[in-house]
Design a protein around this ligand. Structure first.
Ligand code: NAI
Ligand code: HPV
Length: 394
């Protein structure tokens, strides 16, 4: 039985389905879980114990997970790229359109009309709500990944001049690519942040960045709050260096400012995106726990191998010369046949699946004890093929 800690809510329907099929146990209270399911909640470091095999992030941003500590612990971390890209794109477009048409204020004013001839009265006040248009305006997009690309394409189709900032050449015909942030900021009527939070992007919008922007520009942040330095933002708004700020990441110092609109981190919060993200996360988690295969990981290489042998060893180890020959020699010294294997490297580590043509568990356990003694080996698991027999040994 695998204990899966749900740091964010997972639909009961999905839990019941998974419980039935895979005999996983879900709880929000496990203190030493074997797996963690999470959205944006912070994963506390104390949960990264020797029990923890995998952390599954339903969604994209992994700034809530100490990935380095997980890697050192041999814990696989994955996310679910693209599952909420359309949801975020649609919220970005909604926010953009809202920023040029005062729909909410106009609709509120209509509700306050009284008497007969409501339409006539409404038409008399409509000139208080004259809007702007997006067509012909310039928009700068930072982050041209799953979401940024979709936003760029949609804005191009709305007739906007789209400028994209990316480090590698992209050769897309619906945006002009620039390599200098200042270039993008000085030319854009709207600037959209769709970047991950990293050491490089943290505080990217500082007083220097704001000094390159236009006074009529509205800045939208759907990446992460910390990409914008709030003190610099507040002074840029007060000094009319930019017109307004729309962010999906509220914080106390930004509340109650008429030039700031804050949303409750709802970019990926649609029924479809949540369902798709949870399903993808659970599929990746199940495959890793039951078959040892890796998909969409951020710290392990992706490795897949059909599981046809009775026993599979999974080994995560530091990439060192001759390490694999040491592993295979120890296996063959016990007269155990390797049926097939798959192995990939990633950033100084190796993950290897070794399928054994051997079902004698005591004999295999002797080998795994020896392999565990190799200093470069971080985590070793022994999986029994569930289609051959129902129990899984860890
Ligand atoms: N508001 C919300 O609810 C959501 C917010 N997000 C945020 O949006 C970010 C992007 O999401 P996706 O497009 O799905 O991810 P993605 O990984 O497909 O795209 C990220 C892009 O940013 C680029 N990038 C990274 N660092 C950069 C830098 N220093 N300079 C220039 N480009 C850089 C990458 O090359 C990549 O093209 C996520 O990491 C997350 O922080 C994502 C989903 C929902
Ligand atoms: O996927 C992301 O990075 C998001 O920001 C969405 O977060 P959520 O899963 O909705 O808490």
């Amino acid at each position: 039985m695998y204990q899966i800690l749900t740091l964010d809510e997972l639909s009961l329907r999905l839990q019941r389905r998974l419980n039935r099929v895979e005999r996983f146990e879900f709880s929000a209270d496990f203190t030493r879980p074997g797996a963690i399911f999470v959205r944006s909640a912070q994963v506390p470091d104390q949960l990264i114990t020797e029990n923890l095999l995998v952390v599954g992030r339903a969604g994209i941003g992994i700034n809530n997970i100490n990935v380095k500590a997980c890697t050192r612990n041999g814990t696989m971390v994955f996310n679910t790229p693209g599952v909420n890209a359309n949801a975020v794109k649609e919220l970005v477009l909604t926010s953009l359109l809202n920023s040029v048409r005062p729909i909410e204020k106009a609709a509120d004013a209509v509700q306050n009309l009284t008497g007969e001839n409501i339409l006539e009265q409404a038409e008399q006040i409509r000139n208080h709500y004259i809007g702007g248009e997006l067509i012909g305006k310039s928009i700068g997009i930072l982050g041209l990944g799953a979401i940024g690309e979709q936003v760029a394409r949609a804005c191009f189709n709305l007739g906007m001049d789209v400028i994209g900032y990316a480090r590698q050449p992209r050769n897309q015909n619906y945006f002009e690519q620039v390599y200098a942030l200042k270039d993008l900021l000085s030319r854009s009527d709207f600037v959209i942040i769709l970047l991950p939070l990293t050491d490089e992007t943290k505080g990217m919008f500082n007083s220097e960045a704001f000094s390159s922007m236009r006074k009529e520009t509205i800045l939208f942040n759907f990446g992460r709050g910390e990409i914008v330095n709030n003190a610099a933002l507040l002074s840029a708004l007060a000094n009319e260096q930019i017109q307004g700020y729309v962010s999906d990441f509220p914080s106390r110092e930004l509340l109650q400012n008429p030039k700031i609109k804050l949303l409750p981190h709802m970019g990926g919060t649609t029924g479809k995106a949540l369902q798709d993200g949870a399903m993808a996360a659970m599929r990746n988690m199940r495959d890793f726990l039951i078959y040892g295969t890796v998909r969409q990981s951020v710290n392990f290489p992706d490795v897949f191998l059909p599981f046809t042998a009775p026993i599979r060893l999974t080994i995560f180890y530091v990439d060192q010369p001759k390490i694999f020959s040491e592993i295979s020699q120890k296996i063959s010294a016990h007269n155990i046949e390797i049926d097939i294997l798959a192995s990939e490297r990633y950033e100084g580590y190796v993950y290897t699946l070794i399928d054994l043509d051997e079902a004698d568990l005591p004999k295999i356990r002797k080998v795994t004890n020896e392999l565990d003694q190799i200093p470069a080996v971080i985590r070793l698991r022994l999986l029994k093929n569930p289609n051959w027999a129902p129990t899984i040994y860890l």
